[in-house]
Design a protein around this ligand. Structure first.
Ligand code: NAI
Length: 325
């Protein structure tokens, strides 16, 4: 029986993996802790490792996995910026789930935007205290506004369709344009013309801090910024300055540069030492969710299905169609 080490386990992961494993019959050992150079030893004697977005799979962790005989690292995520690809190359097979539900992420993006624009987060708190005043809850119509979409891959494309349904004008930036029905432009023009900007590109060395002091300065006063991709696409210090200056009217953040120290854990009884995160969370026009855009029943079911297919292909010597090269 093949043994699988499963890191950063939450109850919602187990539901789908346990159900599907009835067909495959692997022995899955679930670890609550994250994978890193120290915890890799737990995978000793196993046949494959399943990891997620906030595991720290740097060169030292890859070395440790290889030392403990792991041949397959199966990411149960689309993004893999937390893996040292150079260190893994040629030493272990690396697979991912490139496409599970772009709808889950695109719909969460719109949920963040609508919540901020219509101040639903404030209204929710008010009415729970029987405060039925509307003062301070004025929003604006999305209809007729210009949305700037950075990255028009699977998720960006679904989000564009949602925005079109709202009657918004779409401007896009992507070095590899893929849609004929969207106006593409350069990033600077997008930043200066959009009323709302949403990020849907991967985190790479080219996109690190793609939203920075320089292009925040180009943006319209009061622009809304939504990030459901990866935290390090935005320079958080520059974002805070732009919020203080009123350039950013609202920010919806499902991801944060230093999220791996906090997200997916309960820190409600501790003093958060990260001043930037603490400040962002307290700002009335900032909404932070903890990397939950993927968290739908459909997405989790598909993540499990593809991860099992990836492992089955590896164990049976079939082509690895989702290999990260
Ligand atoms: P995709 O690979 O289908 O599309 C990415 C697009 O970004 C491509 O069209 C590509 O050409 C474009 N791109 C690459 N470099 C760029 C640059 N410098 N500037 C602008 N665009 C650039 O990926 P998909 O499935 O749409 O996912 C996008 C990202 O969403 C993932 O990389 C991941 O970081 C994030 N994600 C977040 C989740 C969450 O739960 N918050 C869940 C799943 C994905």
């Amino acid at each position: 029986m093949k043994k699988i080490a499963f890191y950063d386990t939450k109850p919602y992961d187990k539901i789908h993996f346990d159900r599907l494993n009835e067909q495959y019959g692997y022995e899955i050992i679930y670890f609550e802790g994250k994978l890193n150079a120290r915890t890799a030893v737990l995978a000793h004697g196993m046949d494959a490792v399943v990891a997620f977005v906030n595991d720290n799979i740097d060169a030292a962790a890859v070395d440790a996995l290889c030392r403990h005989g792991i041949g397959l690292l199966a990411m149960r995520s689309a993004g893999y910026n937390n893996v040292d690809i150079g260190a893994a190359k040629g030493r272990l097979k690396l697979v991912r789930v490139p496409d599970y539900s772009p709808y889950a992420i695109a719909e969460h993006t719109m949920a963040l935007l609508l919540t901020l624009v219509r101040k639903i987060h404030k209204a929710y708190n008010r009415t729970r205290e029987y405060n039925f005043l509307l003062n301070g809850l004025m929003g604006f119509d999305l209809h007729g506004k210009t949305i700037g979409v950075v990255g028009t891959g699977k998720i960006g494309r679904v989000f564009i369709d949602i925005c079109k349904g709202f009657g918004m004008n779409v401007l896009a930036y992507d070095p590899y344009p893929s849609r004929d029905d969207v106006t593409y432009t350069d990033l600077e023009t997008l930043c200066s013309r959009a009323d709302i900007i949403s990020l849907h590109c991967p985190l790479t060395k080219d996109t690190y801090h793609i939203i920075n002091k320089e292009n925040l300065a180009l943006m319209k006063k009061g622009v809304y910024l939504i990030n459901t991709s990866r935290g390090a696409l935005i320079d958080s210090d520059a974002l805070i300055d732009a919020i203080k200056q009123g350039i950013i009217g609202g920010a919806g953040l499902d991801v944060y540069e230093e999220e791996s120290d906090f997200f997916y854990e309960d820190h409600s009884e501790t003093i958060i030492q990260d001043d930037v995160l603490r400040l962002l969370v307290t700002m009335p026009n900032v909404l932070v969710t903890s990397h939950q855009a993927f968290l739908t029943n459909e997405a989790l079911g598909q993540i499990a299905a593809t991860t099992f297919e990836n492992m089955d292909a590896y164990f049976n010597g079939k082509p690895l169609k989702n290999e990260i090269l």
